[in-house]
Design a protein around this ligand. Structure first.
Ligand SMILES: [Zn+2]
Ligand SMILES: [Zn+2]
Length: 165
């Protein structure tokens, strides 16, 4: 939580942010992500009229699971955050986060931004070969014994027809 009373009371118009969030795990509707290196936020709050803008950069490392080979890997977070906040209930802009007290829940904002920024396809390496659909072995570690993978199933039937054994 960041105290923004001075901004709300217009005593100051700027406030620097330099915090490390006490978060060990993120969660979306599907899975949990372990935080391997603490999430650090460096940025600034700026108050103009009834709007406080938050601009910052988040860094840290999350553990993601590779979409192809299902191995866990380290995912570097380098994320820019831009949000607008207001304590004015009359301001109905959907893009603006309404806060009704002097405590800004930076953790929640950062968590939401990170989760929205995660790629749909998560790869441990760009050319991850994934798992063999037949035997399940990790093809990054070498070819498996399954030969049939590259053969069209219709051709495979023909091959059976002409084989002698
Ligand atoms: Zn992979
Ligand atoms: Zn295989």
């Amino acid at each position: 939580m960041i105290n923004i009373s001075e901004l709300n009371e217009k005593k100051v118009s700027k406030k620097q942010i330099d915090v490390t969030l006490d978060v060990v795990e993120l969660q979306d509707s599907y899975e949990k992500y372990t935080v391997l290196k603490p999430l650090k936020v460096i940025g600034e709050l700026n108050s103009v009229g009834d709007i406080i803008s938050l601009e910052g950069k988040v860094t840290g490392v999350l553990e993601l699971t590779c979409s192809r080979c299902l191995k866990n890997f380290n995912y570097d977070i380098q994320l820019d955050i831009n949000e607008k906040l207001t304590n004015n209930p009359e301001n109905k802009d959907d893009e603006i986060i309404f806060i009704n007290n002097d405590k800004l829940n930076l953790t929640e904002i950062v968590e939401n931004n990170i989760i929205m920024s995660l790629p749909i396809q998560r790869l441990c390496q760009e050319d991850c070969k994934g798992l063999c659909a037949s035997c399940g072995s990790d093809l990054n570690l070498g070819e498996c014994k399954c030969q049939h993978l590259n053969i069209d199933p219709r051709l495979a039937k023909l091959k059976d027809l002409f084989s002698n054994d």
